[in-house]
Design a protein around this ligand. Structure first.
Ligand code: GLC
Ligand code: GLC
Length: 640
């Protein structure tokens, strides 16, 4: 037996119980048969795995916390906007390494629907790149180059739906019942109407309702998102088998992080909102077991942009801990960051984040300020009540503030998915435009530009210092503002998320080394954060985080304590007035005077914070850097 085969068997032994228990919950009596089919696939895909990827498997089996390390810094970009295509992205690797990024989320990587395709999220082929972007061998070359530059690839795995021109949909239309059963189709509107009674709408204006009449088949098709995105029928075990196979093939391409798009929506249950059903977690757990058996170098990221009470479940926190996704977007921290920026107060954030259950110590977050989607103001009513504010009122305030409709707001957000029925409104816009940088530039007001840039720096310093992989959204490294031309483009105007999906700005890149420019200032802010983060092992994702009341409502304070790597206390002054706090109130293990501010190492008077200033207080001891293990090709396997 080869070593690889032995390793496979040990992993199978380790993970089979997880797989079986997830499948039992999903498919009952059919589970054993589904399990056998899945294991055959696991074996086949494992046999096809390259030696390079097997080396990656070994490395990460020894170092399973690779994605939790303080070294990790992420960047998210569209293939076409960033590089024009796969080769163009390869040419931009130097940009990423210069910035200091080692995780790259490439949006719209795989072939999407011809015509409108929801920014690449209506996938026509799960495994081939879009012809316009390059060939499969261009993709291989790109992934090899990324791994060679020590950059981990995160790719979208759109498992709630396919596009209506995916091969499976074409077969379904041509009459194949096997393929029709992969989707959710109804002959009459009775069932759709029964579901609609409790279903919300994700895009109430662009795509009202959750079902679309498919005239070729004379059937209603479940379409949660757009009318051309056909929801998969996860209650059918064939969907599990097909999708698990795709997962392992993506892993064999060299994808390091599989982003489970819209995972919360996968399981439907009559009488519910069909989100966050227990089975959605079982699906993620089954996929986790599959990748852990056949391709342990690959981990799962939950894209579950849900309320705080539902969030931590995707990291496996249930009545008992389950092995589920390794990573999840921390949308609650993101929302609370913007909320603190708007109010200048921290009570709600502290209350809401403290009420969040601690994730399992083997997992961590994707922390971010902006992403390619809109911001949903996920303020929980109970959290708001505990903080003494009204949930509905605060959500309405945030929508108005970031739309620029509130006295004193310099925000240039664009309202999205306004739903008069539910009083809900989400917000689009680039970081710089939401935070007031764009308005200040337009006004030519140098003082306001300083303030607005300090606000952006504050949000990024929270995302970088909180713990989790901080994600930079393309354009933010230059302080790029909204792309208003998108609103005039007839193909894009209906979906105002396009205002925050601009093209890479080469002129701004040239300006990055000029400290007199917005680009130069944002670049140096991020460079400082990246270096500080890498010097601070306490930012390892396993450390629990607590949120502390320091007796000044304008100061957001968090503390991470890692049993081996020490402690980090973050302090962010979200207000515009300087503030002095009592560091002793933090109740730290080490006397405050022995600390150093990692964001400004020569600073003294650490108890005072200027407007929007952030400090990361750590013990001044220096940590030994870990040398590469002899004989290990670090470039291929990741680094400490
Ligand atoms: C995800 C994507 C979003 C897309 C939706 C449907 O949430 O981030 O852009 O519209 O899923 O695939
Ligand atoms: C909602 C969904 C998310 C989706 C987004 C699209 O926030 O939860 O999955 O991407 O809408 O705008």
């Amino acid at each position: 037996m080869t070593i690889a085969e032995q390793e496979f068997r040990v992993r199978l032994q380790e993970w089979r119980p997880d797989l079986d228990s997830a499948l039992r919950g999903l498919y009952g009596d059919e589970a054993p048969v589904v399990g056998e089919r899945l294991l055959q696939i696991a074996h086949e895909r494992h046999d096809e795995r390259s030696n390079d990827l097997r080396a990656r498997d070994r490395y990460r089996t020894i170092r399973p916390d690779w994605f939790q390390e303080a070294q990790r810094v992420g960047y998210a970009a569209y293939v076409d906007e960033f590089g024009g295509g796969l080769d163009g992205v390869r040419d931009r690797i130097g940009h990423l390494t210069e910035l200091g990024v080692d995780v790259l989320h490439l949006l719209s990587l795989f072939a999407a629907r011809v015509g409108d395709n929801d920014g690449g999220f209506a996938v026509r082929d799960y495994l081939r790149p879009d012809e316009a972007h390059g060939t499969p061998s261009d993709l291989d070359a790109l992934i090899e180059a990324l791994h060679g530059a020590d950059i981990n690839l995160c790719a979208d795995f759109v498992l709630n739906h396919t596009s209506d021109d995916h091969g499976w949909a074409e077969e379904a239309r041509a009459g194949s019942t096997y393929h029709q059963d992969l989707f959710l189709m109804f002959d009459h509107d009775v069932e759709p109407l029964a579901y609609e009674a409790s279903l919300p709408e994700v895009f109430p204006q662009m795509a009202p309702g959750n079902f679309t009449w498919e005239s070729t088949l004379a059937k209603w098709v479940w379409t949660t998102f757009r009318e051309f995105q056909w929801d998969l029928n996860w209650a059918n075990p064939d969907v599990m088998v097909e999708i698990a196979d795709v997962a392992l093939r993506l892993a064999n391409l060299g994808v390091d992080i599989l982003r489970l798009d819209a995972i919360a929506f996968t399981w439907k249950r009559l009488g519910t909102n069909c989100q966050n059903q227990p089975e959605a977690h079982l699906i993620a757990q089954a996929l986790r077991a599959m990748t852990s058996i056949a391709a342990p170098a690959t981990v799962l990221l939950a894209e579950a942009i849900v309320g705080p009470n539902e969030l931590v479940g995707y990291l496996g926190r249930h009545d008992v801990e389950r092995r589920e996704c390794a990573l999840a977007y921390h949308n609650q921290l993101m929302v609370q960051g913007w909320s603190m920026l708007a109010t200048g107060e921290t009570r709600l954030a502290r209350v809401a984040l403290s009420r969040l259950t601690e994730p399992p110590s083997s997992t961590t977050w994707f922390t971010y300020v902006r992403c390619h989607d809109d911001i949903g103001w996920a303020i929980d009513d109970a959290d708001a009540r505990h903080a003494g504010v009204s949930g509905v009122g605060h959500r309405a305030f945030l929508a108005a503030y970031f739309r620029g409709d509130f006295p004193g707001s310099t925000s240039r957000g664009v309202p999205f998915a306004t739903n008069e029925g539910t009083n809900d409104e989400r917000t689009n816009g680039m970081t710089a435009s939401l935070a007031g940088v764009t308005a200040a530039i337009d006004a030519g007001d140098a003082v306001e530009i300083d303030i607005a840039l300090a606000r952006v720096a504050m949000l990024y310093a929270i995302a970088f210092g909180h713990g989790g992989i901080p994600m930079i959204y393309m354009g933010d490294e230059f302080g790029q503002g909204n792309d208003l031309a998108a609103l005039d483009d007839p193909d894009l105007a209906a979906d105002s998320r396009w205002v925050h999906r601009p093209s890479f700005n080469d002129d701004a890149r040239v300006e990055r080394s000029d400290p007199a420019t917005v680009s130069g200032r944002m670049w140096s802010t991020l460079r400082t954060l990246i270096d500080a983060r890498r010097s601070c092992p306490a930012l390892h994702g396993a450390a629990p985080v607590g949120y502390i009341d320091v007796g000044a409502d304008q100061v957001f304070c968090w503390r991470r304590r890692h049993p081996r790597f020490g402690e980090l206390v973050g302090l962010a002054n979200v207000g515009i007035d300087p503030v002095t706090i009592d560091l002793a109130a933090i109740g730290s293990l080490e006397p405050a005077r022995q600390r150093v501010d990692l964001l400004d190492r020569t600073a003294t008077g650490l108890d005072t914070l200027g407007p929007h200033q952030v400090r990361w207080l750590a013990s001044p001891q220096t940590y030994p850097t870990v040398p590469a293990a002899p004989g290990v090709d670090v470039a291929r396997t990741g680094r400490r």
